[in-house]
Design a protein around this ligand. Structure first.
Ligand code: FE2
Ligand code: FE2
Length: 208
């Protein structure tokens, strides 16, 4: 852990604690992504850990609720500013920004992770979307955007499919699979309970 990463961490903690920031992308998300990244990095040779940690810290620094499509570009811009302000060398800044630019499923069809650090961040980030915490994050974010829970199901299924299709590392794939069944069962139960409720309400006449 370098002095630079310490300073960036303190800055990110402050910046993510604001009402515009997605509730699913506050500092607790960064901590879990970093924990996932360390697990994956332990299985891969030739990883620049400082670049990886800086990219994890800064990858969602501008992830405002309802603004997912533009969050990569704005996070790259803010990350560059922060790293320049803290005296990070220009060639190291470029490496970090490259990792951040390649982390999102929004762009993965055209912008593929091209370095070990980018592959690790991609998987570590998607892993925080799957499992009990992933479920809570999705519904929390939809609530913040004033959308009902059922609106989240189709979106969530699509997100899982894209993440699975593009998983980058063997360890990431293993960790993904270990949480997938739980999430699928949760969504299936949610849908069947909704169907049951709507069948009951459409068959029963309303009592005066
Ligand atoms: Fe992101
Ligand atoms: Fe993220």
């Amino acid at each position: 852990m370098s002095n630079l990463t310490d300073r960036v961490r303190t800055e990110v903690i402050q910046r993510l604690n604001n009402p515009q920031q997605s509730v699913a992308h506050r500092f607790d998300h960064i901590e879990r992504v970093w924990a996932n990244a360390k697990k994956i990095a332990a299985t891969i040779e030739d990883v620049d850990h400082e670049i990886l940690e800086l990219a994890v810290l800064l990858h969602d620094v501008e992830q405002h609720a309802g603004k997912k499509a533009e969050h990569v570009e704005s996070s790259v811009r803010t990350a560059e500013q922060i790293l320049q302000d803290f005296g990070c060398p220009a060639n190291r800044i470029d490496l970090v920004l490259n990792v951040i630019a390649q982390h999102s499923t929004e762009h993965v069809e055209t912008v593929k992770p091209s370095t070990n650090e980018a592959r690790i961040l991609f998987d570590a980030d998607k892993l925080d979307g799957i499992g009990a915490v992933g479920i809570a994050r999705v519904f929390g974010l939809f609530g913040q955007m004033n959308l009902p829970p059922f609106a989240a199901i189709a979106w969530y299924r699509g997100k899982i499919a894209v993440s699975l299709k593009h998983v980058q590392t063997e360890e990431g794939s293993k960790l993904f699979q270990s949480n997938l069944a739980y999430v699928e069962e949760f969504l299936a139960r949610m849908e069947s309970q909704a169907l049951e409720a709507s069948a009951v309400s459409s068959n029963e006449p309303v009592q005066a």
